[in-house]
Design a protein around this ligand. Structure first.
Ligand SMILES: CCCCCCCCCCCCC/C=C/C(=O)SCCNC(=O)CCNC(=O)[C@H](O)C(C)(C)COP(=O)(O)OP(=O)(O)OC[C@H]1O[C@@H](n2cnc3c(N)ncnc32)[C@H](O)[C@@H]1OP(=O)(O)O
Length: 239
């Protein structure tokens, strides 16, 4: 599950436990609840940092729960259900009225990678953990909003190809070189220190979160439309 802690202007959302942090219906619900809390307490200068305990940031959807349905068609239905209920998590992150940072202290695979990619900034470990889109290895197709987020967030078509069509497992330093993450640091502490440093720099700008969120949505019109995120036209709040 996850917890939310406030440290000055920083909201620290931590995915707790030493398991794979599989995105099951109950885990997805707990992330949504945490994001709703963060949004309700947002103020100018707020910043979200999402991190995790243990070896995994998140290893993607809970396929064991899907397969426990007892038949292929029932498993497909459960997988499809997770795809649907995860969409609001991505929508919440892309419309959150504050800068967001994923402090990726472990592996982020498939939907778990998408959870990290839904943040404005990603910071990884250099010594452990990979980014991995396993769908091609599993013989699963990509939901439309998965592909749209990759197209929105990762500019290089060859990097998108490597990630989505080869199932490349990308370690921290390579992820920096490929332009996927901002930086990579030794150990979970190193990642968190870097995320807090960046968060505090962003918080100092004391931005009004609503225009910030609108500008972010205007950067990613395709995924915003897919997620049903309306564009709000703003009055000039200050001239
Ligand atoms: C069902 C029918 C059809 C359905 C149709 C309807 C629906 C249609 C739409 C379908 C939806 C598709 C979208 C799906 C999304 C999902 O989320 S599905 C779930 C996907 N999840 C997965 O597939 C899980 C993938 N994860 C893995 O494969 C592994 O967990 C891992 C991430 C690769 C990690 O493997 P693991 O063996 O646990 O790794 P480690 O032991 O940690 O590391 C291995 C060795 O590597 C070393 N290492 C790790 N990181 C680093 C590093 N950065 N630098 C150096 N070394 C590193 C590590 O030390 C290990 O070394 P050793 O210790 O020596 O072994």
């Amino acid at each position: 599950m996850c917890t939310v802690e406030k440290r000055g202007n920083l909201f620290i959302l931590t995915i707790t436990g030493d398991d794979e942090h599989r995105l099951s219906p109950s885990f997805i619900a707990s992330i949504l609840k945490a994001l709703s809390k963060v949004k309700s307490e947002a103020s100018p200068g707020s910043v979200l940092i999402t991190t995790s305990h243990g070896k995994f940031f998140s290893n993607g959807f809970d396929l064991s729960w899907a397969q426990a349905a007892g038949s292929v068609s029932a498993a497909a239905e459960r997988l499809h259900y997770m795809v649907q209920i995860f969409k609001p998590v991505v929508a919440e992150l892309l419309s959150l009225p504050m800068p967001t940072i994923a402090a990726i202290a472990g592996h982020a695979a498939a939907a778990g990678f998408l959870l990290a990619l839904s943040h404005d900034y990603m910071i990884m470990r250099s010594d452990r953990g990979v980014l991995y889109m396993s769908e091609v290895d599993l013989g699963l197709t990509l939901p439309d909003y998965f592909s749209a987020l990759f197209k929105s967030k990762i500019g290089s078509s060859s990097v998108r190809r490597d990630l989505l069509l080869t199932g490349m497992k990308v370690k921290g330093e390579s992820a920096v070189r490929m332009g996927i993450v901002e930086s990579a640091h030794e150990g979970a502490d190193g990642v968190m220190k870097a995320a807090v440093r960046l968060g505090e720099q962003l918080a100092e700008r004391n931005w009004n979160g609503e225009p910030y969120a609108e500008i972010r949505k205007s950067l990613y019109p395709e995924i915003s439309r897919l997620l049903g995120l309306p564009e709000k036209f703003f009055s000039i709040s200050k001239l």
